[in-house]
Design a protein around this ligand. Structure first.
Ligand code: CTP
Ligand code: MG
Length: 232
């Protein structure tokens, strides 16, 4: 228990990894002989979160149980469940399995460079803000473009952050936001801060993560993540 509250981490690994173009899903690719998904599970295992729900594709549940969770003794994993067709349905399944917790941390299993300091910063913040996300101030100038890729706006960089995970919420709030979202026909969201903005009208606080907390998306990211993991 962290400050007398119960925290559950939901680790997402039910994606197809289509942009990676690899034979095996990116969350199971190896970096220094360990699966990508191992690293963030280990970070949560060594953190103050109370338990972990791992969300995978149905056909990978047994593999994850035997070859990752049991092999590396990640004993905070209380359930391994099947995800859905979109990231937000995978989160929803995780939330349903987390009934009774006070706070949830939603994390992309494709971000292996997470560490205990980042998790603690986020847990401290959610006790105050009720909704927060790791992220980093944008280093590049960001352009909004039209359908022909012509720049039509350049937002002031001072107000731009790149959003990372984990993202932390009061459990009941996020469940409520998902219930509202499920009433929609056209759902178009890429993370959970968008869901509470759109469906609860709530702000979320950006908490400094790390420039090394990258998401493995395309092939070169595996090499970059290895460099960061070798440093720690
Ligand atoms: N994810 C999930 N369920 C889905 C889609 C994504 O659990 N239906 C997870 C992924 O496994 C990943 C995280 O959400 O850990 C972030 O998604 P992303 O980087 O987009 O991964 P993929 O959807 O697998 O990759 P792509 O979009 O390239 O297909
Ligand atoms: Mg995706």
């Amino acid at each position: 228990m962290f400050r007398d509250k119960h925290f559950t981490a939901i680790v997402l690994a039910a994606g197809k990894g289509s942009r990676m173009k690899s034979d095996i899903p990116k969350q199971y690719m190896l970096i220094n002989d360990k699966e990508v998904i191992y690293y963030s599970l280990k970070a949560f295992q060594d953190s103050d979160v109370d338990d972990i729900i791992l969300v995978t594709r149905e056909e990978d549940i047994e593999y994850c149980r035997k070859d990752i969770v049991e092999k590396y003794h990640i004993n905070k994993v209380k359930e391994i469940i099947a995800g859905g067709t979109e990231r937000y349905w995978s989160v929803k399944n995780g939330l349903d399995a987390a009934v009774g917790t006070d706070y949830v941390l939603i994390h992309d299993g494709a971000r292996p460079c997470l560490d205990n300091d980042m998790i603690t910063r986020l847990m401290e913040d959610v006790l105050v803000s009720g909704a927060c996300s790791l992220g980093v101030p944008a280093k590049d100038t960001i352009k909004v473009v039209d359908d022909e890729d012509y720049g039509i706006d350049t937002p002031d960089r001072q107000y731009l952050w790149q959003v990372q995970t984990p993202q932390a919420f009061i459990y009941e709030d996020l469940i409520h936001a998902y219930q509202e979202m499920e009433k929609e026909n056209n759902i178009n969201v890429t993370d959970d801060t968008m869901i509470i903005e759109r469906y609860l009208g709530r702000k979320s606080k950006m908490v400094f993560g790390s420039y090394s907390n990258i998401k493995i998306t395309t092939p070169e990211d595996i090499f970059i993540a290895k460099i960061f993991l070798d440093k720690t």
